[in-house]
Design a protein around this ligand. Structure first.
Ligand code: MN
Length: 252
């Protein structure tokens, strides 16, 4: 049976990861290596300046005092009996859409899987406190598919499941969260100012082929992502203009 590594950024005790692991038992041998507590928004961070401990809390279940990326590295390189066929990260409480995927620890878990040459996807559910059964069932179907036909190297998937009734599945591109950033300013009980990064707002009327647009219309969104962040459209133009221009920097 294929080995599946499951991680998340909401912590090993979250309902999303429990439901995910439960459903995936039907398609593979599930190993859970996940943060011991919530570490949402840690992006692709790794822990380099303190020891990592992995506490075995049950058979094939490890709680790690680190990030999702730490968990995938530890799982694949140390804890699992063999290289997994699949890394699944989630199910996150709340969506991971558009520009916000750059902050996401959930997406980073799948990214690390791809870096290690393993088919990987991140999965997030719009209804933070809802029943994770629906996204877990979709994760099972997708996992079974990816075990049979793995993704090409350097690619991974970002999946978002709507809270509304599901109309279907859309393969999408990453949308834009144009604006909507806010920083809240408050006074603490000791009279000192503090700040809190505010909730993000997604624009209305995003095209249906974007992750935001598909989700708002009631579709499960699957966005294929790549590890190579190179902008191949801009590259030739910059090469043409800038290489010559900066050559004079050396002469001067
Ligand atoms: Mn999270």
């Amino acid at each position: 049976m294929a080995i599946i590594l499951v991680t998340n950024d909401d912590g090993i005790l979250s309902s999303g990861i429990k439901m995910l692991a439960e459903e995936l038992e039907a398609v593979g041998e599930v190993w859970v290596v996940a943060p011991e507590r919530e570490v949402s928004s840690v992006s692709h961070a790794i822990t380099l300046n303190q020891p990592l401990r992995a506490e075995k809390i049950a058979p094939q279940r490890y709680a790690v005092c680190g990030t999702p990326t730490d968990c995938v590295l530890l799982g694949v390189l140390k804890l699992l009996p063999a290289k997994p066929a699949l890394v699944v990260s989630g199910i996150n409480r709340g969506v991971n859409l558009a520009d916000d995927i750059t902050y996401s620890g959930t997406v980073a878990g799948a990214m690390e899987g791809a870096l290690l040459g393993i088919s990987s996807f991140a999965i997030s559910f719009e209804d933070s406190d809802g029943d994770f059964k629906k996204p877990a069932l979709f994760a099972k179907v997708l996992s079974s598919k990816l075990i049979k036909s793995p993704l090409p190297p350097g690619r991974f998937l970002n999946v978002n499941v709507p809270s509304s009734e599901i109309k279907g599945v859309r393969i999408t591109r990453q949308g834009r969260r144009s604006g909507g950033e806010s920083v809240l300013e408050r006074v603490d009980p000791r009279g000192k100012l503090y700040y809190w990064i505010g909730p993000q707002h997604y624009p209305e009327g995003e095209p249906e082929d974007t992750d935001i647009g598909a989700l708002k219309r009631g579709y499960i969104s699957i966005t294929p992502l790549r590890l190579d962040l190179t902008d191949y459209q801009l590259l030739p133009q910059l090469k043409e203009d800038w290489e010559k221009e900066f050559a004079s920097f050396l002469e001067g």
